[in-house]
Write a protein that binds this ligand. Structure first.
Ligand code: RTP
Ligand code: MG
Length: 137
């Protein structure tokens, strides 16, 4: 079974979409092996998105991620990494397919409701960044 790391970002959490998104996660057959609500510091957001440090949107992105609480999760399923990215849809909600989470709950490329790891190495890194072994059940 593969694991991926997911975030219900501050925009979706603040708007009260967490329940609907978690319900969808369960309907699509993911097992939630870790889940907590947290409010990232700027430094934690910068560490998480360090791969984008040189990009022009880095400061806006990390300010957004520490602007309000979010919900971080570890999801398990066969092919979880791709399955979760497929369920989220395109980065920009305007391009996201009907039925995807970013289409339904995202409002812009900056406020796009969810995050998902993009490869096995980043999934392992991101899970270890936010969760200890004891928090994964
Ligand atoms: P994420 O990491 O959040 O799951 O999103 P992603 O893989 O679909 O997209 P990525 O390229 O990793 O970008 C991370 C986040 O940065 C914001 N972004 N803004 N203005 C822009 O051109 C731009 N490009 C990316 C998005 O909020 C994206 O989720
Ligand atoms: Mg990404």
């Amino acid at each position: 079974m593969e694991r991926t790391f997911a975030i219900i970002k501050p925009d979706a959490t603040a708007k009260g979409f967490a329940g609907a998104i978690i319900s969808r996660i369960e309907k699509e057959g993911f097992k939630i092996v870790g889940l907590k609500k947290m409010h990232m510091t700027k430094a934690e957001a910068e560490g998480f998105y360090a791969v984008h440090a040189a990009r022009p949107f880095f400061n806006d992105l990390t300010n957004f991620m520490c602007s309000a609480p979010c919900i971080v999760m570890v999801l398990e399923k066969d092919g979880a990494i791709k399955a979760w990215r497929d369920l989220m849809g395109s980065t920009n909600p305007k391009d996201a397919a009907e039925g995807t989470l970013r289409k339904e709950f995202g409002e812009s490329i900056d406020n796009n409701a969810t995050h998902g790891s993009d490869a096995p190495e980043t999934a392992a890194q991101e899970i270890a960044y936010f969760f200890s072994q004891l928090e994964l059940v």
